[in-house]
Design a protein around this ligand. Structure first.
Ligand code: GUN
Length: 287
């Protein structure tokens, strides 16, 4: 068997057409959806993500603001900027790219963002709302995964869903979203005993650990849906320098029923859902 591909580029292109229409409808009413992105430091991966987020805004006709600070900036400067953006009615979404340098209290930074502009969905109020099944903003990567499962017509009710990774950004919110759709959810992590025992039970397997190719074909149930959230740069071998996921695509595709590639899978969906959350924040200002 060779798995069918869940194409994040194609789904993103379709969803972004709809977003462009919503952005135009807002503009016609005098509201120009605007995302403010703050980047601290010089992490090359973060710089690429931020660039793609800003470019994504442009392509659907949204405004964006990009503030870049030196890695040794005084956190007070960033807090002051967040307060300014919170108070600016022309800004609908605010995002601080993570990770922040070590001298920052990341949690305090996320809490400083006005919850109604927290398009990442990382503010404690928004995390709580998601946990209670009443989300205001769904974190972008898990939101994108849910859209891909929907597009792939993957049955969720009663399905065994196994998530590898327990981060605040992906693993934990992913668990909440799948649980809300009546999956039976298992969350595995670095201390899990016999990881393969769990992954082989999964009808839906979400890999979000940040370790290149750690999920291999023998760890996958035949016919399973495999969602690869990892974006890793290969350090050695014939493909050194190229991107790969947390799933060993070559062996996994011979076992899985549906699989997301890297690149071109979850990655573009994350940005699409960020744009969706920002448009939604802008639309809410009209209610
Ligand atoms: N770093 C890695 N993923 C994300 C994300 O979704 N949002 C932010 N703000 N930072 C990240």
């Amino acid at each position: 068997m060779t798995a069918s591909i869940l194409d994040g580029n194609a789904l993103s292109a379709h969803l972004r057409t709809e977003l462009a229409e919503r952005a135009a409808a807002l503009a016609a009413q005098g509201v120009h959806p605007c995302l403010a992105v703050i980047l601290v430091g010089e992490d090359p991966a973060s710089a690429v993500y931020v660039r793609n987020k800003v470019a994504g805004c442009e392509k659907v006709g949204m405004r964006s603001i990009k503030d870049v600070y030196a890695p040794d900036v005084n956190p007070a400067v960033v807090f002051a900027r967040i307060a300014e953006l919170n108070a600016d009615p022309a800004v609908h979404g605010i995002l601080v790219q993570l990770p922040l340098p070590k001298h920052f209290d990341s949690e305090a930074v996320l809490e400083a963002i006005a919850p109604e502009k927290d398009v990442d969905g990382f503010h404690a109020q928004n995390v709580g709302a998601l946990m209670q099944g009443n989300p205001r903003f769904i974190p972008c990567t898990p939101y994108g995964v849910m859209k891909m499962l929907e597009a792939g017509h993957v049955p969720l009710k009663g399905a065994e869903a196994v998530i590898v990774g327990r981060s605040n950004i992906v693993g934990k919110p992913m668990a909440m979203l799948l649980l809300a759709q009546s999956c039976t959810v298992t969350v595995c992590h670095s201390q899990s005993r016999d990881l393969a025992f769990h992954t082989r039970r999964a009808d839906i397997l979400v890999a979000a650990v940040g370790r290149a190719k750690m999920i291999t074909g023998d760890m996958i149930k035949p016919g399973a849906t495999v969602i690869d959230v990892g974006i890793n740069r290969q350090l050695s071998g014939p493909n050194a320098g190229k991107l790969c996921g947390d799933v060993d695509f070559e062996s996994a595709k011979t076992v899985a029923g549906l699989i997301t590639p890297v690149p071109g899978g979850v990655g573009p969906m994350t940005i699409t859902m960020l744009l969706t959350n920002t448009i939604e924040a802008a639309e809410r200002t009209l209610i």
